[in-house]
Design a protein around this ligand. Structure first.
Ligand code: F6P
Length: 347
């Protein structure tokens, strides 16, 4: 059996650990051979491959990024390309040409959404959930999230000391397009004064009141804001017009907007720090390495069992199989009661 492997969407720490576990387990337990597809769905779409054997995965466990490369290529948006053949047909032909019997797809909502569609068309696909945003339903955690939270927490810790020296309000913008998990966890762990998430539109007056209160108690406020957070009114001007291949808006700017508003309304100096892709880079935490390794082991076991159309997921401490479609049908958002716990520490 020859198994194809691809990683799509935004990269995240732990991808290499999954790839290593798939190849090592598949080779040792089942004698499988592997083909690596480069840059997400672009690989099988264009027939761009790389060798993937035990030698190729040596030493990659602690490395960030993905040796396979990644992209946000949407093959289902390529219907009329290449001589009138649809993206699906091109992928089907390329898999057959390379002798690939089954495909392990490591990705988030978009990449796995394509995997679910392709499984519906008869392709043998197994999904592995990946995103620093931790917003996939059907799994308690995705790998990469813990690393991103720790990077953001360390940044918040550092910002506390400089904010207090200069009596400034510091705004930290973290990733999180639709879900505020990174902001919630990093903000709670870092003792943020205010945490703003996409799920709970904010009142700028209230934010300024919390900031003022923190200055009155002789501490400098740290405001953690998810990139997709928006005020109760007037959110439109925060959106750029840029969209990716899956139609998602590219956010950016809420941190700077908050800094200007806080400065204007409170008279205190306020500065924004945008953590951006720093949250996605570098070596994964121990938690993410272990979760990613377990996902890889269980993904190749799912291939061996012929459980196509399923995705591995973490439930409590167990790795289970769920339909890929269950993971992509709706996003896992921060529930109101989880945000309420963080709110106890605002102001
Ligand atoms: O989905 C993961 C993520 O890091 C989001 O948090 C963020 O909005 C997006 O990817 C950024 O994507 P890109 O790296 O393509 O700009």
């Amino acid at each position: 059996m020859r198994v194809g492997v691809l990683s799509g969407g935004g990269d995240c720490p732990g991808l290499n650990a999954v790839i290593r576990a798939i190849v090592r387990t598949g080779a040792a337990e089942y004698g499988y051979e592997f083909t690596g597809f480069r840059d997400g769905w672009r690989g099988p779409l264009e027939g761009d491959t790389m060798p993937l054997d035990v030698q190729a995965v040596r030493g990659i466990l602690p490395r960030g990024g993905t040796i396979l490369g990644s992209s946000r290529t949407n093959p289902l948006g390529e219907e009329a390309a290449a001589g009138g053949r649809s993206g699906l047909e091109r992928i089907r032909d390329n898999l057959a040409n390379f002798g690939v019997d089954a495909l392990v797809v490591i990705g988030g909502e978009d990449t796995l959404g394509v995997a679910a569609r392709l499984h519906g068309e008869g392709l043998k696909v197994i999904g592995v959930p990946k995103t620093i945003d931790n917003d996939l339903s059907a799994t308690d955690y995705t790998f990469g999230f813990d690393t991103a939270v720790n990077i953001a927490m360390e940044a918040i810790d550092r910002l506390h000391t400089t904010a207090e020296s200069h009596h400034r309000a510091l705004i930290v913008e973290v990733m999180g397009r639709s879900a505020g998990w990174i902001a919630l966890h990093a903000g709670m762990a870092g003792g943020a004064n205010v945490i703003l998430i996409p799920e709970q539109p904010f009142d700028i007056e209230q934010v300024c009141a919390w900031v003022q209160h923190r200055f009155q108690t002789r501490y400098a406020p740290i405001v953690v804001v998810a990139e997709g957070a928006h005020p109760k009114e007037g959110s439109e001007e925060l959106l750029t017009q840029e969209r990716d291949a899956f139609g998602h808006v590219r956010y950016g700017g809420v941190g700077q907007m908050l800094a200007s508003e806080i400065e204007r309304r409170t008279g205190k100096e306020a500065r924004a720090t945008v953590l951006g892709h720093v949250q996605r880079g570098g070596t994964p935490t121990a938690f993410d390495r272990v979760l990613a390794t377990r996902f890889g082991i269980h993904a190749i076991r799912a291939v061996a069992d012929g459980a196509f159309g399923s995705m591995v997921a973490l439930r409590g401490t167990e790795i289970v199989r769920v339909p890929i479609a269950a993971a992509t049908s709706e996003l896992k958002l921060v529930p109101r009661e989880r945000y309420a716990e963080a709110e106890l520490f605002f102001g």
